[in-house]
Design a protein around this ligand. Sequence first.
Ligand SMILES: [Ca+2]
Ligand SMILES: [Ca+2]
Length: 99
Amino acid sequence: MASKKEILGLIRILITQKFETPQDAFHFFDKNKDGYLTKKELKKLVKDARVNSLISGVVAGKMIEGLDKDKNKKFDWQEFKAAVDSLIKEGLKEEKKSK
Ligand SMILES: [Ca+2]
Ligand SMILES: [Ca+2]
């Protein structure tokens, strides 16, 4: 199974390379346009990031568990943005380390 770090790396690559802004990614995966990413919608994001589809449900669940601030079991834009910001920060750290 891929490590958490690898999975987050794949998600970061998807969001930063496939989309102009994190907001574009949020709107793209919010299929029913209700302003929330549910576990089901997030699972699609995880799959699109090329994370092994066998674990995509678990990964989506963990992301929501860890980052859902108001505990309504779905991501609003603020929560998603906070998650992406920290992902990108982590990525910058990794890049510095590897130099
Ligand atoms: Ca939605
Ligand atoms: Ca929430």
